[in-house]
Design a protein around this ligand. Structure first.
Ligand SMILES: [Zn+2]
Length: 315
């Protein structure tokens, strides 16, 4: 699809969003259908008949009498915000092309900065879960990249001081267009680490190309073919297209994170990378991203408080 098609697509208008999700009852119905697409199912015994305890908005199983709320066991669990606020947050996070900081969410939703940061991190977590649910397929370009530390120069590989390593991969279609991408923080660049990552994120029938950086060869025995390309040759060729997209996307993600969030500490990096990739992976379906994120939110387990705790230094 040409670039302009992405740039000028309509997305979901705020008017249409509010018509669909402007009332709490509409949001509850949407969440119910996302959580139990084939009808209510007791989380404890699997029974399908229930009573509604309407005074407390609880569902009670007719078989084992277990009570649950609509939001329990979802990413919305234990939040005091109404679903209308959550869904509006989902609208802003998915419909803004460059992403949205917690400060902006606070302003637009009229909630506290603490609530906005929690929302932001929970939604990023859902985006990560959504993307991690499928493996990259087709022709994949793989590269090592770094966040933070010195802007240029420095050592490559293990022990690069002050830098957080992450793996970046982009899947291209037969025309060479980028389709999906995945970027994940890794503890270090080692063959074992790359192999572990590729088993999870790259389909075993993939053809993968990378440069000759040693640890990237870790991908070789978990995919159909791995080619290590000598880049000193290809970059001299002005018509070269190899690694064009992976280099572009690594540059874009760094610019986007710097531009919207100023500084992101290494511990938050995985979620910011996931947010950037989710938006890219769904860029042809901007309007549908709202429904998609609601669906994934309904099936993503709550985030433990201890993980959310370190969400406090975002700018
Ligand atoms: Zn039950």
């Amino acid at each position: 699809m040409p670039k302009n098609t992405v740039q000028f697509q309509k997305g979901l208008s705020l008017k249409r969003f509010l018509d669909t999700y402007g009332a709490e009852e509409q949001c509850r119905e949407r969440l119910f259908n996302a959580r139990w697409p084939t009808g209510y199912k007791c989380p404890r015994c699997g029974h399908t008949k229930h009573y509604l305890v309407s005074t407390r908005n609880l569902y009670q199983c007719r078989n084992c009498r277990f009570q649950c709320s609509l939001t329990s066991d979802t990413i919305f669990a234990s939040s005091k915000l109404p679903l209308t606020t959550w869904f509006l947050g989902i609208f802003f996070v998915t419909q803004s092309k460059e992403g949205m900081s917690a400060l902006n969410l606070r302003r637009l939703l009229g909630i506290s900065i603490n609530a906005a940061m929690k929302m932001k991190h929970k939604l990023q977590h859902v985006m990560k879960v959504a993307d991690d649910s499928f493996a990259l397929n087709g022709l994949v370009e793989l590269d090592d990249a770094y966040w933070g530390g010195k802007r240029s120069g420095g050592k490559r590989g293990r022990g690069a001081p002050g830098k957080t390593p992450f793996l970046a991969a982009i899947a291209r279609n037969e025309k060479g267009h980028p389709i999906h991408m995945r970027m994940s923080k890794v503890n270090s660049f080692s063959s074992q680490e790359v192999r572990k990552w590729s088993l999870k994120h790259i389909h075993h029938q993939c053809v993968v190309i990378s440069d000759e950086f040693g640890p990237l060869r870790g991908v070789a025995d978990s995919v159909a073919f791995h080619g290590a390309v000598n880049t000193s040759e290809i970059y001299h060729n002005p018509d070269n297209k190899i690694f064009h997209w992976i280099n572009t996307m690594i540059g874009n993600v760094k610019r986007a994170i710097h531009g919207t969030y100023h500084a992101v500490s290494p511990k938050h990096l995985p979620r910011y990378l996931a947010e950037f990739c989710f938006r890219f992976n769904n860029r042809f379906y901007m309007g549908a991203m709202v429904g998609s994120l609601i669906r994934y939110s309904a099936v993503t387990k709550p985030m433990p408080q201890r993980i959310l705790k370190f969400a406090e230094d975002e700018g």
